[in-house]
Design a protein around this ligand. Sequence first.
Ligand SMILES: [Zn+2]
Length: 492
Amino acid sequence: MKKGLWYSLVLTILCSTFPVLSLWDSNFEQATFSEVATSMACSLVIGIVFFAISSSINKTGFLSAYLIIAFWTFTPIANFSKIPRPWLLAILCVTPVLAALIVRRSKSLLSNSIPALVFFATCLNLPPLVGLIDSAISQPNGSAKDEAGAMTKVEYLSNSRGGPDLYYIILDGYIGNIGARQVLDFDNSAFTGALEERSFFIGEKSRANYPITLLSLTSTLNMNYLDLDELGVSVDSEKLANLHYALQQNAAFTKLKARGYKIVNISSEWAGTAKLENADTTLARRTIGGEFLQALMGQTPVRRFLAQKNLRSHQKRIEFGVEALKDSANIKGPKFVFCHIIAPHPPFVLGETSGASTDNSFTSWIEPKRYIQQTQILNAMILEAIDYLLSAPGEKVIVIQGDHGSAFGLKDGHSDPQPKDMLERFSILNAIYASEECKGKLYSSISPVNNLRVVFSSYFGENLEILEDASFYSWYDRLYDFERVEIPELDP
Ligand SMILES: [Zn+2]
């Protein structure tokens, strides 16, 4: 191969690695290595295809680099420039023709500048690479690990004495009856009534402790409020790694493992709970490249074609969760089955979905009626699974809980949230099936931080203090800036 062509190939590779590295850098904690490797392979293949096409037209490597950059930056450019996508696509396709004409006229000049371009592309790759190395080094392990791991100081009993099978089902974004009725004008009492008929206790006044999934689940499974010192983060921190670590090493799993429980995680495919390191068994649906590849391809012009596929894949994800929950009944106990299902949270894929691939109201908190429909269909699926679990032999405890409510009012997490928006976000479903003795200790306003405290005290004779039920508000832009909030009903 000629020297010019080599330069051109190197330029192609550098332009192909950049989008993957920069996405990985900004999602270090969420992406798994195999997802990144698959995505990198995809990006390189796409790059080589562009290289093969363009090197037959123009050997300098300009065209190849241009096509790759245009491909990977399509959505960010469309969002930033507000140019309608078909127009943008036309502009991006016409430009190379003009460029080719110019290249033909001043070929030697451009050929001479290719090494400079290679240098520039190398520099482009450096910041995400440095960021990744920094993230890898500063991951919580060693001393930091101990800090984060000390979330809940509990005494572990090392003897295995058996116990009931525990099922902890998180339905993401599932609002409680009070919030549903007062904010969404949605009466969901038929579902909670059906659970009560099956001897569930319903925490009618239950409120989430935190309004964001990662915060909420970390607190719930550690049976404690989040302490920034123990997490090893500051109030201004944007680091998620310590939070992920505290979720992975949660106190409930550790405690139950010491009692001889088998931990079963039903993968949500969402980074936080897709794979919980301490689980003995993970039931997961296999997809190529996972969420990382989806996010990467979302930057390109093929996004529109993928939208329908993504929705179908989300629907399968929900169905998989419910089916796996039923299957988990057959795993030998004692076991703790943790099942995080990303529903009724959007995208709204259960029920009528015609036109969903182009309509934002299916993928965002825009149209409450889609949420209500999804909730109702999910209810039927969950009830069927619950009946299956209840019919399995052996004693059991089942918790069905929302990590937070819906967010039609709070979708941007604006700085001055209204009481109505807060009630909508913090009011949650909290339903618990347990022995009469255990249910006797439950109360209407019990919040997730106390759910397992009551269960462990009842079944394992442990004397775990019941904490004050409190709610702490923060939003994605300042995740750790917790503000204690009261969430009154609108018309009590
Ligand atoms: Zn959530």
